[in-house]
Write a protein of this length. Structure first.
Length: 106
């Protein structure tokens, strides 16, 4: 999807336990691995961080991935990490596909 058709990232997104602020930050690091990452859901803060250097399309997809993490935590669903990451990716890709179809139809 062309980036110029995507809206800016929202300042907050919905999750079952309430709104979750979205913050763009430079040089995100996964606290568990110490590796650079594109996005983080921080449950203790109820906040999603998105790497500032990402293009808009990648930032939207990453936001949807992290939003799904928030939903899973809010609903207290326990999944093995590999399965959770796969489901987050599938959700994010599906939502991006919906956005692309919506933009194409307009």
């Amino acid at each position: 999807m062309p980036e110029h058709r995507l809206p800016r990232l929202p300042r907050q997104v919905y999750a079952p336990a309430g709104p979750v602020p979205v913050v763009r930050r430079k040089d995100l690091v996964n606290p568990d691995t110490g590796d650079a990452c594109d996005g983080l859901w921080v449950p203790d803060e109820r906040r999603i961080y998105i790497e500032r250097r990402l293009g808009l399309a990648s930032a939207h997809q990453t936001l949807r991935h992290e939003q799904f993490h928030a939903w899973v935590d809010d609903l207290r669903i326990q999944l093995p990490k590999e399965k959770l990451e796969l489901l987050c990716d599938l959700y994010a890709m599906g939502r991006m596909g919906e956005d692309w179809e919506r933009q194409r139809a307009s």
